[in-house]
Ligand binder design. Structure first.
Ligand code: 3H9
Length: 702
C-alpha cells in the first residue's frame, strides 16, 4: 500500500508523521498508519497527547486522487476519522504545509490545529467535481459558521495560515520550529488536564445560522455566477444546509455521504480529475527531461505595445520582472503605456490591487523607441501584427542587438517560427510564445518549438510560463499551432450553418448551452468583424472570391457594424453594455445572403449545430496528434480549456470526444460528409483507426 505514517514517542507525546511523497495524499498506507498510530497512542498509558504532522512540504494534500475508481485498499478514511475523533487523548494537528481536502478534514477531526504561517489550507474538492466528503461540510460550519464555510468550500481556493487563524480554522500560528511549538502547545494542554475539543459536538454556530436561511440563497446566487454548469456546488450547499437544519451530526454525515457518492459517479468528476492530471502532464516533454538546464529570466523586452504587447508587458511586470517595451513612435508608445496604466487602475477600482501595487508594477516598465535598449533583456518577445515578412525583418533586428543566450520569442498566433529563426544567426534561441488575449488574464501559453529550437530554450520557456502564472503547452510549428488550427473548422461550420437555416443567435445559444463562455458570433463581435474585412479589401480580393462564410460579416461591415466597438455587429449593444441583443435586421441579411448564394434554408436542429461545430475541431485534433504537433490528447484539452474557454467540466475536446464514443463521431462525420461535402468531414486516419478498433484518444496517453 502506498504511503505510511511514522510513529515516535517523545516523553508523554506520540508523534505521527505522514510520509507519502511528494505531497502526502491519504493513500491506503497512510490511512492504515493513521488508524494504527491512534490505536498505539491510546493503548500506551504513558502517552497523554498526540501530534499529527506531515513530512516534507505538505501536511496532507487530500484523498489520493489516483485511487478514485480503483478498488480501495486499507481502512476507509471514515473509519480512521471515527477513531481519531473517538480518541480520549487530545490530538493536535501540526500543519507544516499544504493541508487540502481530506487533509484539512483530518485536521478538523483533531482536537486542535496549530500551523506554520506558510501552510496553506483549503478544501479544493469542488475543483475536482467533488465535495469535502470526509465530514468537511459538517465540521467546518460548526467551527466557523455556515456562510464562511460555504464561501470557503464553494471557492475551493486555499488561504494562507494567518487567514486560517483569523477564520478560526487554526487555533495557533507557530513562528520558528513547528514541531517544537506543537509539542509546547500539547504539553500546555496536558498541564490543564488535556481537555478534548470535538468539533462535531459544537452546535452554537449552526444553531445561530438557522435563523438566516438567506445564507443559502446568497450561496446559490454566487455559485451560479461562479461555476455555471457545475454539478458539485449545489450538492455542497445541500450538505451545509443539512449541517445547519438537521443539527444532528450523524444525519448530516449521511447526507454528505450520499451527495459525495453522486459527485463521485458524475461524469464531471472524471472530467475535472482528468484536467487536474493533464495540467501536470503537459509540463512533461519526453525529449526535454525535467533536469534540462535552464537560464534565468530577470529582465524582459516586448516589441509592440498594442493589445497583445501591452498585455504581455503586464504579465512580466506582474511577475516582478523588469520589462522594456518598444514602439515605433512616441505617440504609439504613450498610447500603449496609457492603456496599461488604465488596466491597472481598473484593478484598483475593483479592489484587486492597491495604488502601491500599481506603482510597483509601473516602475518595472520602461518604454523605448530604440532597439538598442533591448540589448540586456534575457527574453525578447515580438508582439507586432501578423505579417510574416514584417516579423522576419523584426527578427533580423533583434538578432543584431540581443545579448548571447537571450530567448528570442514571437507571439505569433500561427505563423512559421522557422522562417523567423532562419532570419537570425541563432535559431536555437528562437521559440514561439503565443499568449492569448487578454494576455495578462488568460492562463494559456502555447510554446512553439521550431525545428532548431534548443532544449534549453524550451525548458526555460516552460519555466518562464510558470513564473508568469501561465500554463504552458508545447506545440509543434505548424500553421495555427494547436489552438487556432482546430478553431478554423469550428468557425467555418458556424458560418455555413447560418447560411443553411440557423440564425447566429441559435448557434451562439447552442454553444453557450454547451458551456462555452460565448458563441462564435459573440466572439466575432468581440474581436471585431472589420479585421478580416479590411484584410480582404487590402489584398484586393474580388467579392466573388470572398469565402461564403465571410459574406455575412462583410455585409455587416459595409453597414459599419464592426461588432462591440461600434455597438453593432451580429448583435446590438446598448451604449456601455457588452450584453448584445439579437437584431432582426441581421437575420434578414443572413437570409438574403443564403438566397444570393442559392442555398435553400431549412431548420438545423440544436444537436446538429453542436456536432457540426465541435466535430471538425476534434477531427483536426486527431490530425494534430497524428502529425506530432501536440504531444498527447490531454495537451489539446488543456489548450482548449485555458485558451478558448472550452468548458472544463467536459474535460476538454478530446476527453469529451471519448465520452461521445469515437465510433459515433466517425459515423456523424461520414453522415455530414454525405449531406454537405467538403474537407471538414473527411475523417482523420487516426480517428478512423481508433474508432474502428473501439479505442479512444485516452489510449494514446501512454
Ligand atoms: C479529497 O480530498 C476528497 C475528500 O474530501 C473526501 C474523501 C472521502 N492525490 O501539483 P504538483 C500528485 S479530494 C494523488 O505538481 P505542487 C500530482 O499529480 C483531494 N496525487 O505539486 C503530482 O504528481 P506527478 C483534494 C496527487 O507542489 C505530484 O503529486 N485535494 C495529489 O505544485 C506533485 O503535485 C486536492 O485537490 C492527490 N491529492 O502542488 C489537492 N495531489 O509528479 C490537489 C498532488 O506524478 N493537489 N498529487 O505529476 C494540489 O492542489 C497540488 O498538487 C498541491 C501541490 C498544492 C498539493
Amino acid at each position: 500500500m502506498k504511503g505510511t505514517v511514522h510513529y515516535s514517542v517523545d516523553g508523554d507525546l506520540a508523534i505521527m508523521t505522514v510520509d507519502n511523497p511528494p505531497v502526502n495524499p491519504l493513500s491506503g498506507g497512510v490511512r492504515q498508519g493513521l488508524a494504527d498510530g491512534v490505536g498505539a497512542a491510546l493503548s500506551d498509558n504513558a502517552i497523554k497527547a498526540v501530534i499529527l504532522t506531515g513530512a516534507g512540504r505538505a501536511f496532507i494534500a487530500g484523498a489520493d486522487i489516483s485511487e478514485f475508481g480503483a478498488k480501495p485498499e486499507g481502512p476507509s478514511l471514515h473509519d480512521c476519522l471515527a477513531r481519531m475523533e473517538a480518541s480520549t487523548k487530545p490530538i493536535v494537528a501540526a500543519l507544516n504545509g499544504t493541508a487540502f481536502g481530506g487533509g484539512l478534514e483530518v485536521a478538523l477531526c483533531c482536537d486542535y490545529r496549530v500551523a506554520a504561517p506558510s501552510a496553506p489550507v483549503g478544501l479544493p474538492e469542488v475543483k475536482l467535481g467533488l465535495l469535502p466528503g470526509a465530514g468537511g461540510t459538517q465540521r467546518l460550519p460548526r467551527l466557523i459558521g455556515a456562510e464562511k464555510a460555504l464561501d470557503f468550500i464553494l471557492s475551493g481556493d486555499p488561504i494562507p495560515g494567518p487567514m486560517a487563524k483569523e477564520l478560526g480554522i487554526v487555533d495557533e500560528l507557530i513562528e520558528g520550529d513547528l514541531l517544537d511549538g506543537a509539542k509546547a502547545f500539547a504539553r500546555d494542554l496536558i498541564a490543564t488536564g488535556g481537555p478534548l475539543r470535538k468539533i462535531r459536538d459544537e452546535a452554537d454556530k449552526v444553531m445561530a445560522d438557522r435563523a438566516d436561511p438567506e445564507i443559502f440563497t446568497r450561496a446559490r446566487q454566487k455559485a451560479s455566477r461562479r461555476s455555471r454548469g457545475h454539478f458539485a456546488p449545489e450538492q455542497i450547499i445541500q450538505c451545509v444546509e443539512a449541517a445547519v437544519n438537521s443539527g444532528d451530526f450523524t444525519d448530516g454525515l449521511a447526507v454528505e455521504a450520499a451527495r459525495f457518492a453522486q459527485c463521485l459517479n458524475h461524469p464531471q468528476r472524471a472530467a475535472l480529475i482528468h484536467v487536474f492530471f493533464s495540467e501536470r502532464e503537459v509540463a512533461k516533454i519526453p525529449d526535454v527531461p525535467r533536469d534540462t538546464a535552464t537560464s534565468n529570466i530577470e529582465s524582459a523586452a516586448v516589441i509592440g505595445c498594442g493589445t497583445m504587447g501591452g498585455g504581455i508587458t503586464m504579465c512580466f511586470a506582474n511577475a516582478g520582472i523588469a520589462v522594456t517595451v518598444l514602439e515605433m513612435n512616441q505617440e504609439a508608445l504613450d498610447r500603449g503605456l496609457g492603456v496599461i496604466k488604465r488596466n491597472y487602475d481598473i484593478q484598483v477600482s475593483r479592489g484587486r490591487m492597491t495604488d502601491t501595487d500599481v506603482d510597483a508594477r509601473m516602475s518595472l516598465i520602461t518604454g523605448t523607441l530604440q532597439y538598442a535598449d533591448l540589448a540586456r533583456a534575457d527574453v525578447i518577445v515580438e508582439a507586432i501584427y501578423e505579417n510574416i515578412d514584417v516579423k522576419v525583418e523584426t527578427f533580423k533586428k533583434i538578432d543584431e542587438i540581443a545579448k548571447p543566450g537571450a530567448i528570442l520569442a514571437s507571439n505569433t498566433s500561427g505563423l512559421d517560427i522557422d522562417r523567423m529563426a532562419e532570419a537570425t544567426s541563432r535559431p536555437g534561441d528562437v521559440i514561439g510564445l503565443h499568449f492569448f488575449s487578454p494576455a495578462n488574464i488568460m492562463r494559456l501559453l502555447e510554446v512553439v518549438r521550431g525545428k532548431d529550437t534548443d532544449k534549453t530554450t524550451i525548458a526555460t520557456s516552460m519555466k518562464l510560463a510558470k513564473t508568469l502564472g501561465k500554463i504552458a503547452v508545447l506545440s509543434g510549428n505548424a500553421p495555427g499551432f494547436i489552438g487556432n488550427r482546430m478553431l478554423a473548422g469550428y468557425t467555418r461550420q458556424a458560418g455555413e450553418i447560418i447560411l443553411q437555416g440557423a440564425t447566429p443567435y441559435q448557434v451562439d445559444n447552442v454553444l453557450l448551452g454547451f458551456g462555452m463562455p460565448m458563441g462564435p458570433f459573440q466572439m466575432n463581435d468581440l474581436v471585431g468583424l472589420d479585421l478580416g474585412w479590411r484584410a480582404r479589401k487590402l489584398s484586393g480580393m474580388r467579392p466573388e472570391d470572398v469565402p461564403i462564410t465571410a459574406r455575412v460579416a462583410d455585409k455587416l461591415c459595409e453597414l459599419e457594424r464592426f461588432g462591440q466597438k461600434t455597438n453593432r455587429g451580429y448583435y446590438i449593444y446598448p451604449e456601455g453594455s457588452r450584453a448584445g441583443q439579437p437584431d432582426p435586421e441581421v437575420v434578414e441579411i443572413v437570409e438574403q445572403t443564403s438566397a444570393e448564394l442559392g442555398i435553400e434554408r431549412s431548420e438545423v436542429d440544436d444537436d446538429e449545430v453542436l456536432k457540426r461545430c465541435l466535430y471538425p475541431m476534434i477531427n483536426e485534433g486527431a490530425r494534430i496528434l497524428e502529425a506530432g504537433i501536440a504531444i498527447r490528447p490531454c495537451d489539446i484539452d488543456i489548450v482548449y480549456i485555458n485558451g478558448y474557454g472550452f468548458p472544463e467540466v467536459t474535460g476538454g475536446p478530446m476527453f469529451w470526444a471519448d465520452q461521445q464514443g469515437l465510433a459515433n463521431i466517425l459515423a456523424d462525420l461520414e453522415r455530414f460528409g454525405e449531406l454537405y461535402g467538403g474537407d471538414a468531414w473527411t475523417p482523420a486516419p487516426l480517428l478512423t483507426k481508433l474508432a474502428t478498433e473501439g479505442s479512444s484518444f485516452a489510449s494514446l496517453q501512454g
